[in-house]
Design a protein around this ligand. Structure first.
Ligand SMILES: NC(=O)c1ccc[n+]([C@@H]2O[C@H](COP(=O)([O-])OP(=O)(O)OC[C@H]3O[C@@H](n4cnc5c(N)ncnc54)[C@H](OP(=O)(O)O)[C@@H]3O)[C@@H](O)[C@H]2O)c1
Length: 266
C-alpha cells in the first residue's frame, strides 16, 4: 500500500499545497485525502485536483501515514485531539499553524506520536515554496519529501520559527510589495501599466531563477552587472541613499516581533 497523506483543513494553504503536489505528480492525488468542517471546502479541492474527501478528522487519521493539520492556530488543539482518537500506530502528525508550538500540539496527541511543525509559503502552489521545518526525526523524515516536491525545505530549530515566519512565511507578501513598487517605478519612467507590470514581474522572477539555478550569490551577481559609473550603479546608489537595505532589515524585525507578540498573546 502506498503511504497516504491526510489533510485536516482544506483552506487556502491546503489548496496551494495540493495544487503544487498535483502539478509535480498528477498521480499523487490518489494518495491524498482531506477533510474540512465547512461543507463544500474539501469537495472543491477534490473537484479541482482529484484528491479524496473524508467526513471528519478522525476518518482521515484512520487511513493516513502522515496527517497535516492545516487549520487556523486557535483550532489546532481541537483538530489534533480529533486526530488522536483514530491515528494509527507509527503514523506521524505535522502542523503548519503559525505560532503554535510543538509542546501545545503534543499535549493533544499520544506522547509517542512523531510530531513536526512546518512553515510553508504560498509559492508551494507552483513548486517554488520554501518551508521551514522542525520536530521529531521520524515525522520530519516523512514530511520533508512532500515539502521538497513543492520547493525547498529548510530544517531549523523551533526558537527560530518566528524569524522563519518573517522571512519565508511573510516574504512573498513583502517581496510582492517590492515588485509592486518596482512596477510603479517602470510607470514612472514612461511605461504603460501592462508593460510596467510584465517588465517588473519577469525581471524579478528571472533574477530569482538565475540566482537559484546558478548558485551565484546575490552579491556576486550585483557586482558583476554593476559597471563603475554605469546605469545599474546609478540605480543602486539611489537605493542606498533611500535606505532600502535598512528598510528591509526593519521589515524582517517587525514581522518577526509581531509573530512573537501574537504567539505570546494566544
Ligand atoms: N495561508 C498561508 O499562506 C499560510 C502559510 C503558512 C502557514 N499557514 C498556516 O496554515 C494554517 C491554515 O491557514 P489557511 O490560510 O489555509 O486557513 P483557512 O483558509 O482558514 O483554512 C482552514 C480550514 O480548516 C477548517 N477547519 C478548522 N478546524 C477544523 C477541524 N477541526 N476539522 C476540519 N476542518 C477544520 C476551517 O474552517 P473554519 O473556516 O470554520 O475555521 C477552514 O476551512 C494556519 O494555521 C496558518 O497559520 C498559512
Amino acid at each position: 500500500m502506498e503511504p497516504v497523506l491526510g489533510l485536516i483543513g482544506a483552506g487556502r494553504l491546503a489548496s496551494a499545497l495540493v495544487a503544487g503536489w498535483v502539478r509535480a505528480d498528477p498521480a499523487c492525488a490518489a494518495r491524498i485525502i482531506a477533510t474540512d468542517r465547512v461543507d463544500g471546502v474539501a469537495e472543491a479541492v477534490a473537484a479541482a485536483f482529484g484528491i479524496g474527501v473524508r467526513a471528519t478528522p478522525a476518518a482521515v487519521a484512520a487511513e493516513a501515514d502522515l496527517v497535516l493539520i492545516l487549520v487556523k492556530p486557535q483550532d489546532v488543539p481541537t483538530a489534533a485531539a480529533e486526530v488522536a482518537t483514530t491515528l494509527r500506530t507509527g503514523a506521524a502528525v505535522a502542523s503548519a499553524a503559525a505560532g503554535v508550538e510543538l509542546a501545545t500540539i503534543r499535549a493533544a496527541l499520544h506522547a509517542d506520536t512523531p510530531l513536526a511543525r512546518f512553515m510553508p509559503n504560498i509559492p508551494v502552489a507552483v513548486g517554488g515554496g520554501v518551508s521551514a521545518v522542525c520536530g521529531d526525526a521520524a515525522a520530519v523524515a516523512r514530511l520533508t519529501p512532500w515539502l521538497e516536491a513543492v520547493g525547498t525545505a529548510v530544517a531549523i530549530a523551533e526558537p527560530m520559527f518566528d524569524a522563519a515566519t518573517a522571512i519565508s512565511g511573510s516574504g512573498p507578501g513583502m517581496l510582492a510589495f517590492v515588485v509592486e513598487a518596482f512596477a510603479e517605478s517602470a510607470r514612472a519612467v514612461g511605461f504603460v501599466p501592462a508593460d510596467a507590470d510584465r517588465l517588473a514581474v519577469a525581471t524579478f522572477a528571472g533574477t530569482g531563477l538565475y540566482l537559484a539555478e546558478t548558485g551565484e550569490s546575490a552579491t556576486a551577481l550585483r557586482e558583476r552587472v554593476t559597471s563603475p559609473g554605469g546605469t545599474t550603479a546609478a540605480g543602486i546608489a539611489a537605493l542606498e541613499r533611500a535606505g532600502v537595505r535598512e528598510a528591509l532589515t526593519a521589515a524582517a524585525i517587525a514581522a518577526r516581533d509581531r509573530g512573537t507578540e501574537l504567539r505570546s498573546a494566544s
